[in-house]
Design a protein around this ligand. Structure first.
Ligand SMILES: Nc1ncnc2c1ncn2[C@@H]1O[C@H](COP(=O)(O)OP(=O)(O)OP(=O)(O)O)[C@@H](O)[C@H]1O
Ligand SMILES: [Mg+2]
Length: 315
């Protein structure tokens, strides 16, 4: 039985009255999304802002209803068997929301109470220790910095030792040290058998951690494969150079641009030659040219730039 099964999930948000009066219909945030995550996987769900990742997770968490389709967690349908499905899940939400009147330990005790767990202090202590919160146990939630609050969100998601852990951008606004500690901790839980579903815009993290990756674009599933397959199926090399000029659109749409640094996919020597020829034609002067192996960010940019037909995942 899969840990999570998404079956033809669609979600259309109704237009507001104002939007309707200017002729707009609803917004289709998810369009017939189907895939499964197996027990024990470390699974990455990637996509640009607005692709539908949080919408999918909200339906999974039972916070929002799908317009069509269904989701089950270890066999429990999230709508018809909400309580059982929810108990399987530890969800770290993207938004930081808290009751400011409680301290960290109280927050975690209350969350344990929601799941009917009375004596949870040993596990709460372990969570506080693993997430670098031990000295903040009696601090009020409103006294914590943003990154500290995010740590508490992670601890809160894990109080009932859920077999399936869902992290919606857990490292946004988190410093390097905690990112490393967090990944170590989550990787350990994964090794011990937990299934992990992760969304992140840090593609290096996804590449390093996830055994399989799904990509959403405008609500549609456009890629789903083992991370190693995604990496080897794309252009395997990248041409990197510096320039002060702007690129012609034909190249710019595939490029990864950071200030003066431009990185472009080029499979082989012939493609390198083509890129260089287009640059010459456009009068773009370049310097510090070098080649490197493609990483997940290159694959992502390549996939998002293209016109994909949505994947029909065989089930
Ligand atoms: N409650 C809502 N009402 C109306 N539209 C919504 C609502 N929530 C999300 N949307 C819209 O649905 C689309 C998908 O949003 P969603 O939050 O799922 O994206 P995301 O992939 O999580 O993006 P990000 O990477 O920025 O977190 C966006 O166009 C967003 O504006
Ligand atoms: Mg989101």
């Amino acid at each position: 039985m899969p840990a999570i099964s998404f079956q033809s999930v669609s979600k259309t948000y109704a237009a507001t009255r104002q939007q309707r009066s200017s002729g707009a219909s609803g917004l289709r945030a998810l369009d017939n999304v189907s895939f499964e995550i197996e027990e024990g996987e470390f699974f990455g769900l990637l996509g640009p802002n607005g692709a539908g990742k949080t919408s999918l997770i909200s339906i999974l968490a039972g916070l929002s209803r799908p317009t069509a389709g269904s989701i089950s967690v270890r066999g429990f349908d999230v709508q018809t068997h909400y309580a059982q499905a929810r108990r399987q899940l530890g969800i770290v939400p993207q938004e930081l929301v808290f009751d400011p009147f409680f301290n960290v330990r109280e927050t975690l005790r209350i969350q344990s109470g929601y799941f009917g767990i009375a004596h949870n202090d040993a596990w709460i202590d372990e969570l506080l220790e693993s997430l670098g919160l031990a000295d903040k146990a009696t601090a009020n939630m409103r006294q914590l910095s943003g990154g500290m609050k995010r740590r508490v969100l992670v601890a809160q998601a894990l109080v009932h030792k859920p077999p399936v852990i869902v992290l919606d951008e857990p490292t946004a606004g988190v410093d390097v040290e905690l990112r490393q500690a967090l990944w170590q901790f989550v990787a350990r839980l994964n090794k011990q058998g937990s299934t992990v579903l992760l969304t992140t815009h840090y593609l290096e993290e996804a590449e390093a951690l996830c055994n399989r990756i799904a990509m959403l674009k405008k609500g549609r599933l456009i890629a789903l494969d083992r991370t190693s397959e995604l990496l080897s199926a794309s252009a395997s090399n990248v041409l990197r150079f510096k320039t002060d000029a702007s690129l012609p659109w034909s190249l710019a749409q595939h490029a990864r641009i950071t200030g003066r640094i431009v990185q472009l996919p080029a499979k082989d020597a012939r493609e390198v030659e083509q890129v260089l020829a287009s640059l010459r034609e456009a009068g773009v002067a370049i310097e510090d040219v070098e080649m490197r192996k493609a990483d997940l960010e290159d694959v992502f940019i390549d996939l998002m730039a293209g016109e994909q037909t949505p994947l029909e995942v065989a089930r």
